[in-house]
Ligand binder design. Structure first.
Ligand code: GLC
Length: 595
């Protein structure tokens, strides 16, 4: 009985340290304890004035990323594409789309990145090709072996009328089946009609896709972000998926079905494992595999076992939302850390091109808080271009909308599904087109707030999102943050507290106020941290400057504030320790404190 009490006391204090995140062999894993930076190429930097970003534009701005201190850039698709889904519909997996440049431009990008010690990760889109891909054209004509490269099914005849083979729905609304009049069959498309799904039961197709890996590995890439992996394989019985009652969504909406036959199928994991083996056969720098799957924790965990280094953790995109309270954060964080198997590391995605921007999802106050949490927790943080500035969504009219996910939803609902608002061009400075393009028109409108929200301005401000992010990226390299134990706790229901510790050293501590009003607490006693600490970084709302000494036994944090802290050497309990604090304060900003 006494033993149980002790255990529950330890857990309630949040001191329990899952061994999994800390143990195991991860040597050579260059991505461990770093930030990875996603570039959406169409929106990063336009070098030729056509209003669309390109490879030479990215190369010209790699200094920004080296300066920020990230370990790698992940490029969303740069391949030949009709651009129905803005590059995720690929008509040649081994060619660069002319919009982005040439293979020679890509090689120059890789060379420049390597000279800046940046790794290059490519998007790998295995679930589908474009319907303009030569494989698909030959599949339509039943040319062997291409006839089996896609998922073809006969029509279901109901009262003499042709119907799709079953009720499966596309992620982008409506039936996932499209009739092909030439082949006289339906083909399956999880995404747009222009993105027919590839058939992984064809061994020839599997080999083709391995050749795609080989092609880019030979050009020196350091890893791949694997797109929409959970949709890779479909159940071969082609049964109707069960309906979820009363969702409130239209019948055409995929959220009305339980995707038990089109997502998370066992064979998917075998395919991932075969890719792991392939890329591991390449010498040199260890290759990184990141996998994208919006799925359950159990299915996410399986990707670790089958060779993904980073099965994306989307808790900040799905489980934690603007009204979430400290306990919600703790629960979601603990759940992810606990599913990471021994020898693997956690990851924390703060935003991407498919979701509303972090500063819009949470309101501007909380965006820096999320980056701070991602920075102090063990493992990798993955950030989306522009989020380091606190860029926000730019609302679009129906007329401006070009994302198929928005267009397919129609004029009354497009704004619930369109991803255009989070994809607007990067805001470099206050000049024409935010310094993104010299052209007269950009592919998506520039957010008019660029005049004050831009990189050049933020570089001059010590408490800007950019300056804070830069310090957070550096903090990942702190030995305590790299290897210390992790405590995630809720401080008297008021604050979220995270402490990282190594024996005989000051902890690194983050305290986050997730409420809109000022609160105070004896954080020193609750988290067992030293009474006095000094500020390392402060956000604007914190109204604290670096070096300010704080009494943690009466820590007062303004609404939406947080503080990074390490223990001050003056504290009797912590003589000889070094100290850091993170305090996240009101209005977008964050504090890092150290001794
Ligand atoms: C992934 C991509 C998304 C794309 C979809 C289809 O979810 O992130 O942008 O539309 O796959 O390729």
């Amino acid at each position: 009985m006494q033993g149980l009490v002790i255990v529950s006391l330890i857990l309630s204090l949040g001191c329990f340290e899952p061994a999994s995140a800390q143990n195991g062999s991860t040597s050579g894993d260059w991505w461990k304890d770093t930030f990875i930076y996603q570039i959406y190429p169409r929106s990063f930097k336009d070098s030729n004035g056509d209003g669309v970003g390109d490879l030479n534009g990215i190369t010209s701005k790699l200094d920004h990323l080296a300066d920020l201190g990230v370990s790698a850039v992940w490029l969303s698709p740069i391949y030949a594409s009709p651009m129905v889904d803005f590059g995720y519909d690929i008509s040649n997996f081994t060619a660069v789309d002319p919009t982005f440049g040439t293979l020679a431009d890509f090689t120059r990008l890789v060379t420049r990145a390597k000279s800046l010690k940046l790794k290059v990760i490519l998007d790998f889109v295995p679930n589908h090709s474009s319907d303009k891909h030569p494989w698909f054209l030959k599949s339509v004509q039943k040319v062997k072996p291409y006839d089996e490269y896609y998922i073809w099914r006969d029509a279901k005849m109901v009262n003499g009328t042709r119907q799709p083979p079953n009720n499966w729905l596309s992620e982008f609304q409506g039936s996932a089946w499209e009739w092909n009049n030439q082949r006289k069959q339906y083909y399956y498309h999880e995404f747009t009609v222009g993105q027919p799904d590839l058939n992984y039961r064809s061994s020839a197709l599997q080999e083709e896709m391995k050749n795609v890996f080989r092609f880019w590995l030979n050009l020196g890439v350091d890893g791949f972000r694997v797109d929409a992996i959970n949709f890779l394989v479909e159940d071969s019985r082609f049964l109707d998926e069960p309906k979820i009652p009363n969702t409130g969504f239209a019948d055409t909406d995929p959220r009305t079905l339980r995707h038990i036959y089109t997502s998370d199928q066992n064979e998917t994991y075998q395919v991932v494992q075969s890719w792991r083996q392939l890329i591991d056969s390449y010498n040199g720098t260890r290759k990184l595999l990141l996998t994208e799957a919006y799925t359950t924790p159990a299915y996410t965990a399986k990707y670790f076992q089958y060779g993904s280094n980073i099965p994306f953790n989307f808790i900040f995109l799905r489980n934690i939302t603007s009204p979430s309270k400290p306990l919600d954060y703790k629960r979601a964080i603990d759940r992810f850390i606990n599913l990471v198997p021994p020898g693997s590391i956690p990851n924390w995605v703060t935003g991407n091109h498919d979701n509303s921007r972090v500063a819009s999802r949470f309101g501007p106050h909380r965006a820096d808080q999320i980056t701070m949490i991602a920075a102090i927790l063990p493992g990798v943080a993955i950030i989306y271009n522009g989020d380091e500035l606190g860029m926000v969504d730019r609302p679009m009219s129906w007329k401006e909308t070009i994302d198929p996910a928005g267009c397919n939803a129609g004029p009354s609902r497009y704004n619930l599904t369109s991803r255009d608002p989070a994809r607007t061009p990067f805001q470099w400075d206050a000049t024409k087109n935010a310094g993104f393009s010299s052209g007269n028109k950009t592919w998506l409108p520039i957010n008019s707030n660029y005049k004050f929200l831009n990189l050049a301005t933020e570089k001059t401000l010590a408490n800007s999102s950019y300056s804070i992010t830069k310090k957070l990226v550096a903090l990942k390299q702190n030995p305590i943050v790299k290897t210390g134990t992790t405590m995630v706790t809720v401080i008297y229901a008021y604050f979220l507290g995270i402490a990282r510790r190594l024996p005989n050293q000051n902890p690194v501590v983050l305290v986050v106020n997730l409420y809109n009003h000022t609160m105070h607490a004896d954080v020193a006693t609750f988290m067992n941290i030293p009474k006095y600490m000094t500020v390392y970084i402060a956000n604007a709302a914190a109204k604290l400057t670096a070096g300010t000494r704080i009494d943690t036994s009466f820590l007062q944090l303004q609404g939406n504030a947080s503080v990074y802290q390490a223990v001050n050497t003056e504290d009797s309990r912590t003589i000889g320790w070094k100290s850091h604090w993170i305090v996240d304060m009101n209005l977008f900003r964050t504090e890092i404190l150290c001794g």
